[in-house]
Write a protein that binds this ligand. Structure first.
Ligand SMILES: *Cc1c(COP(=O)(O)O)cnc(C)c1O
Length: 434
């Protein structure tokens, strides 16, 4: 079936690392998110080594939104990663995980004054997304008596072959400043007393399975780098963003570029650009999905089966826990975890427990004959999985466990009914005995 190396089938059961998923489900219950820390570390090191083989001054900023659990951030921080943070919450988590402020980049097209003030106070560089934001940041930094280190987010107007909801570098995207306005932006930044333009940034989209768009974006960026260096900007980093895809359809032989493919396609263009500009900045990249997606399974128990116009397999996890199929039409491999060696002979539709027709995790998949009490595993659930979960239908979120070698531990406890009502308040006119 072409599984990643840490996912194996042994004696009819699906294993992740050194753990039998059937045992994990018995111990921790379902639904359950299971993350393999060793796999995340291996992906990070493969990425770091492939890039630094082509250019020594590389920094990897993990895109914290893909999976913001502190245990994941801590594991990556210990290996030297920084982070792309997209909110004050992600900034706090990255620092709590032990990352250095100067290795973070505060991204986003709609930051509040308090977001900007936090970045200035903690010394986190800001990727500025508009002229309006530049003016506000100058005022915030002046009020704090500090200098804000910034990059501009460039919209390179690159058409990217991915789902339209995750293409972020189109000319029509909400992100970034149009590339032809970027020199003007740096000129304005140079005239600000409390702004230090030290970087330049772009991010063209997500789940990109071809290295060509990255190479084209790099060319656009290097042209701007030469121009703004000539204007007197002293760049300390060039951040080319994230977006490398993973082979969700690996069963059908889909391939994704590995970090070495990316490095070979992009870094020579980067090196040529900085040579022509006469500078040697750090190269930053911001992978999210490619570091964490395949580290994680979502385990779900089968509640019932219903032969109808489709063979429905009704499970206890739906788009409350994994929204990607409903939101992006994403395809995730599904395996019958306690019957993993059995012949796949029934075409099934795996449906969640949420009161929405769109709550389907997988359409028309060949699976072994299933019954209530069986266990299914949804693969590649580590990026934009738990991170996008909700309490819709008043379902407490499930626990997340993390594996390291033969050890397994909670990295987030499951919620209970108390968690659902903890933040709710009773308006005074509804209080009893009034
Ligand atoms: C989401 C995002 C990333 C990560 O994208 P992946 O596809 O998960 O690698 C990187 N940079 C920025 C600015 C982002 O918004």
């Amino acid at each position: 079936m072409n599984l990643p190396p840490h996912i194996t089938i042994r004696h009819d059961h699906l294993w992740i690392g050194e753990h039998d998923t059937v045992e994990l489900a018995r111990t921790w219950g379902t639904p359950l998110y299971v993350t393999d820390q060793d796999r995340i570390e291996a992906c990070y090191m493969a990425c770091r080594d492939a890039l630094s083989a082509e250019y020594p001054r590389v920094r990897i900023l993990y895109a914290a939104k893909a999976n913001g659990n502190l245990a994941v951030l801590r594991a990556l921080a210990a290996l030297g990663a920084g982070a792309d943070v997209f909110s004050s919450g992600e900034l706090h988590l990255a620092l709590a995980a032990g990352m250095q402020p100067g290795t973070l980049l505060f991204n986003g097209s709609s930051k509040s004054r308090s977001d900007l003030a936090l970045a200035v106070e903690r010394g986190v560089p800001v990727s500025v997304d508009s002229f309006d934001e530049l003016g506000q940041l100058e005022a915030v930094a002046a009020a704090a008596g500090k200098t804000a280190r910034i990059a501009f987010r460039v919209n390179p107007a690159i058409d990217v072959p991915t789902h339209p909801k995750i293409a972020t570098g189109l000319a029509t995207s909400k992100f970034g400043i149009a590339h032809h306005l970027i020199p003007t932006a740096y000129r304005e930044a140079l005239s600000c007393a409390h702004i230090d333009p030290v970087g330049i940034h772009c991010h063209i989209g997500s789940q990109i399975l071809d290295v060509e768009p990255f190479a084209r974006a790099c060319e656009v960026m290097m042209k701007i780098v030469r121009e703004i260096t000539g204007m007197g900007v002293r760049l300390e980093f060039v951040d080319l963003g994230g977006g490398l895809g993973i082979p969700y359809h690996r069963g059908e032989g889909e391939r994704s570029p590995n970090p070495a493919d990316y490095a070979r396609a992009v870094i020579p263009l980067f090196r040529q650009g900085i040579r022509e500009a006469g500078i040697s900045p750090e190269l930053w990249i911001e992978p999210g999905r490619s570091l964490v997606a395949d580290s994680t399974l979502l385990l779900a128990g089968v509640n019932s089966v219903k032969p109808a116009h489709r063979n429905f397999v009704n499970v206890d996890a739906g788009f409350n826990l994994l929204v990607r199929p409903a939101m992006y039409d994403s395809w995730h491999e599904v395996i019958a975890a306690n019957r993993a060696g059995q012949e796949r002979k029934v075409t099934c539709t795996v449906a969640g427990p949420i009161c929405e027709s769109g709550d389907i995790l997988a359409h028309d998949r060949l699976l072994p004959e299933l019954a209530a009490g069986d266990l299914i595993a949804v693969l590649d659930a580590g990026a934009y999985g738990f991170a996008m979960s909700s309490q819709y239908n008043s379902r407490p979120r499930c626990p997340e466990i993390i594996l390291k070698g033969r050890s397994a531990a909670l990295m987030r406890r499951g919620e209970d009914i108390g968690d659902l009502i903890r933040t709710m308040e009773t308006p005074p006119w509804q209080e009893r005995g009034r």
